[in-house]
Design a binder for this molecule. Structure first.
Ligand SMILES: O=C[C@H](O)[C@H](O)[C@H](O)COP(=O)(O)O
Length: 234
């Protein structure tokens, strides 16, 4: 795989997003992901809505809700729909084969995971730089925690071998998620069993959710220099 320039990566994200948006059918409830790749999906769905496709969106962040509303996409909530037919979202890492994921570099992991867990299909869109043999190869693992006692929560997470850095915004203040929580960016020496690590992290009091998405993605649409491939979880 050749190194992607930002322009190439953007074009590949757009290509993957267009293919995923084409999967949406009349009458569906669609989870709308968050991030730069998912934003291309929402843009494509806005276009399809304008052309007459009828569907309802459930956004996974305030940013996505704002984008969807600006495009006239009708939205719904879990009080009206218990099941999401299909969610289309990006990822920070996608493990080949299992399609287990790391998500949350954009800070939206909690709402993304709630929507993913309620979805019949979770379609991940990405450029090829996101595909890895083992999770944790290139990226840290975001963990969302309550602001109260976060230092204590961080010390407990360190017992699992993590190096921890509370996420900050450009001004240097703590980054605050849409849910009003903090994000601890955790670097683990190795993630050899994502399911066990997810359970371990979630067992710590003060942890709200972590960015490991295990067994949730059903398929991935990945664009690379040789074209767009569609992967199914095995
Ligand atoms: O919190 C953010 C989300 O998990 C994003 O879907 C993820 O970070 C990928 O974002 P992007 O498509 O911008 O690389």
């Amino acid at each position: 795989m050749t190194a992607l320039t930002p322009e190439m990566a953007k074009e590949l994200k757009r290509q993957a997003a267009e293919q995923a948006a084409a999967l949406v059918e009349d009458g569906m409830v669609v989870g709308l992901g968050t991030g730069s790749t998912a934003a291309f999906v929402v843009a494509a769905l806005g276009r399809r809505h304008a052309e007459g496709l009828r569907f309802l969106g459930i956004p996974t962040s305030v940013a996505t809700e704002t984008q969807a509303r600006s495009l006239g996409i009708p939205l719904t909530t879990f009080s009206e729909h218990a099941v999401v037919d299909m969610t289309i979202d990006g990822a920070d890492e996608i493990e080949r084969g299992s399609l287990d994921l790391i998500k949350g570099l954009g800070g939206a992991l909690l709402r993304e995971k709630i929507v993913a867990a309620a979805s019949k299909r979770l379609v991940i869109v990405a450029d090829e730089s996101k595909l890895v043999d083992h999770l944790g190869a290139h990226t840290l693992l975001p963990v969302e925690v309550t602001p109260f006692g976060w230092e204590s929560t961080a010390r407990h997470l360190e017992k699992f071998g993590a190096r921890i850095s509370p996420r900050r915004n450009r001004e240097g203040a703590f980054f605050v998620s849409d849910g009003g929580n903090l994000i601890l960016d955790c670097t683990f020496p190795v993630i050899d069993d994502p399911g066990k690590m997810e359970r371990d992290i979630r067992s710590v009091i003060g942890v709200v959710e972590c960015g490991l998405f295990v067994g949730l993605a059903t398929e991935a649409i990945v664009a690379g220099s040789d074209g767009v491939i569609r992967l199914t979880a095995v």
